[in-house]
Design a protein around this ligand. Structure first.
Ligand SMILES: NC(=O)c1ccc[n+]([C@@H]2O[C@H](COP(=O)([O-])OP(=O)(O)OC[C@H]3O[C@@H](n4cnc5c(N)ncnc54)[C@H](OP(=O)(O)O)[C@@H]3O)[C@@H](O)[C@H]2O)c1
Length: 249
């Protein structure tokens, strides 16, 4: 445990697994109180107990990030229960890989609902509080797929390019209110994200790519997030792109 984020309150969406779970643990270990959100209550409760067992403070709030009302409730509950809000990590996301020709429109809708609209709902709910206190930090988890387009990833690319675009527009809109915006762009990270891919060709392709290198671990990304949110108030870390050493694109 360190105290560099002592007194700060953070919301992390998609905290029930992967990058979000590691980020909640890392922010709590740095002294922040964390409101952890996702749909799976049992995972959130287990994570809260794990954080509390090491002396950290965590509040699970079951939330479907595609539901605007639930996201508003997440932000309001975190502030009511924990007293303030300093950091919002928009991490919940899906990656339905596959070609556009073979794609499933239901997967496309879920991708945009979660990866783009979910980020906007949470940001929109947090901004009035951040503006009123004249400080705040929004961390949006994009991807290397938000910077580099590849055949077979087009819809995921579109959502993450969307995240990068809205993040930069947001930065220009809120910097005068002392609100910071950071985009995190991971390459291949070993998480559960590929379990949901419905296209068998895309699933095999990503599994082969993962086997061909040593992927990043969720903790590698969590460390970058802690770095970004621990800088002094005049430092706005806008973008961090992290690939595994063995990843070409
Ligand atoms: N893994 C990679 O290689 C990689 C690379 C670049 C970027 N990323 C990005 O990193 C972020 C986290 O992904 P991950 O790799 O850690 O995947 P993951 O282990 O599958 O985690 C995804 C998280 O999102 C949550 N989630 C899914 N649908 C949700 C919904 N409707 N409402 C609330 N939460 C929801 C899941 O929890 P519930 O199911 O409990 O709701 C889970 O906690 C995503 O934005 C992803 O695009 C991942």
């Amino acid at each position: 445990m360190t105290d560099k984020l002592e007194g700060k309150v953070a919301i992390i969406t998609g905290a029930s697994s992967g990058i979000g779970e590691a980020t909640a643990i890392a922010l709590a270990a740095a002294g922040a109180t964390v409101a952890i959100a996702a749909r799976r209550a049992e995972r959130l409760n287990a994570l809260a107990e794990r954080i509390q067992a090491t002396g950290g403070k965590a509040l699970p709030i079951v939330t479907d990030v595609t539901d605007e009302t639930q996201v508003k409730n997440l932000v309001e509950t975190a502030i009511a229960e924990l007293g303030r809000l300093d950091i919002l990590v928009n991490n919940a996301g899906v990656a339905f890989l596959g070609t556009i020709a073979d794609g499933n429109p239901a997967d496309w809708r879920r991708s945009f609902d979660l990866n783009v609209l979910g980020v906007l709902y949470a940001t929109h709910a947090a901004l009035p509080f951040f503006k009123a206190q004249q400080s705040g930090h929004i961390v949006n988890i994009s991807s290397v797929a938000g910077r580099t387009v590849r055949a077979g990833i087009g819809v995921y690319n579109a959502t993450k390019w969307g995240v990068n675009a809205l993040s930069e527009a947001l930065r220009q809109e809120v910097y005068k209110d002392n609100i910071r915006v950071t985009i995190i762009e991971p390459g291949l990270v070993k998480t559960e994200i590929n379990d949901q891919i419905t296209d068998p060709v895309a699933k095999q392709r990503i599994e082969e790519r993962l086997k061909a290198l040593t992927p990043l671990q969720p903790e590698d990304i969590a460390g970058a997030i802690v770095y970004a949110v621990s800088q002094p108030p005049h430092v706005n870390v806008n973008e961090i792109l992290i690939r595994p050493t063995g990843q070409e694109q």
